[in-house]
Design a protein around this ligand. Structure first.
Ligand code: SF4
Length: 227
C-alpha cells in the first residue's frame, strides 16, 4: 500500500471465484495493452504472446520499484515466468500475487520472488471447494525460503466465521506474524454480494483477538479509478 507498483497481468485462471473481477484476463487477446504514460488511459499494444525482450523493453520505460506479477493466475504460466524472471536485473522487488493453490509451479520460480501475496480462498467466499492443504504447503515453502509473505482473504456477504477461523488457525500454527488482509469484495456487474461494514468490523474484531497483524483494506485501485 502506498508504494508504486508496475503490474504485469498474465492471462488465464482455472479457478472460478464468484467475486472474480478480472474475467477479461481469461479471454485470449491479440494484444497486450500497456498503459503509457502512466494514468494517461492511452495504451501501447504489444503482440500476444509477448516476447521476453518486448516485455523487458516495455518495463524499462517505467521506474516503479516493485513489479507485481498478477493475473488471472500467474502460476499457470510458470515456464514463461521462469524464463523471464531470470533475465531481470535485481534492481526491483518482485511481488507474486497468487491464489496459493499451484504448489509445484510455485517451487519452480520461488527463488525469483521477493514478496508473496497469497490468497486464502475461503469456500464460502469463492463458491469453490476449500484449498487448505495447498495453502499450507504453499505457505510453508514461502516461509522456508524466508520470503516476505502476506495473506489476503476476500470477504463477501456469505463468508462464514468458520472459514475465516480455519485461516486464522493455519496462520497461528505456521507463523502468527504473517499479516492478514481482510478485503471486502467489490461490487461488479457480475457480483453484488459485497459484505456490510458491520460484517467487516465483526470479522476484524474476531481476527485481531488472535493475530497481531490484521488489516481491512478494500481494492484501492478501484477507489482511485485505476483499472
Ligand atoms: S483466483 Fe483470482 S483470477 Fe482466478 S477466478 Fe479467483 S479471483 Fe479470478
Amino acid at each position: 500500500m502506498g508504494e508504486r507498483h508496475l503490474f504485469v497481468r498474465l492471462q488465464d485462471c482455472e479457478l472460478s471465484c464468484r467475486f472474480c473481477d478480472t474475467p477479461l484476463s481469461f479471454v485470449v487477446n491479440r494484444f497486450c495493452r500497456v498503459e503509457y504514460p502512466p494514468l494517461s488511459k492511452k495504451y501501447l499494444h504489444l503482440n500476444n504472446p509477448v516476447s521476453i525482450s518486448d516485455l523487458n523493453q516495455t518495463i524499462a520505460r517505467f521506474d516503479d520499484p516493485v513489479i507485481s506479477i498478477t493475473g488471472g493466475e500467474p502460476l499457470q504460466k510458470t515456464p514463461f515466468l521462469k524464463a523471464w524472471l531470470q533475465t531481470l536485473e535485481h534492481s526491483r522487488r518482485i511481488l507474486l500475487e497468487t491464489a496459493g493453490v499451484h504448489f509445484s509451479e510455485f517451487r519452480d520460480i520461488i527463488d525469483y520472488i521477493d514478496i508473496v501475496s497469497m490468497d486464502f480462498k475461503l469456500k464460502s467466499s469463492t463458491g469453490m471447494h476449500p484449498w487448505w492443504q495447498e495453502h499450507e504447503l504453499f505457505l510453508k515453502a514461502a516461509l522456508d525460503k524466508g520470503k516476505e509473505v502476506y495473506i489476503k482473504a476476500v470477504m463477501t456477504r456469505d463468508t462464514t466465521d468458520e472459514d475465516l477461523e480455519k485461516g486464522i488457525r493455519l496462520l497461528m500454527t505456521l507463523d502468527p506474524n504473517i499479516p492478514l488482509i481482510l478485503q471486502p469484495a467489490s461490487v461488479t456487474q457480475r457480483f453484488q454480494a459485497a459484505p456490510s461494514l458491520e460484517q467487516m468490523y465483526r470479522w476484524h474484531s474476531l481476527t485481531r483477538e488472535l493475530l497481531p497483524h490484521v488489516r481491512v483494506i478494500p481494492q484501492m485501485h478501484k477507489h482511485m479509478g485505476i483499472s
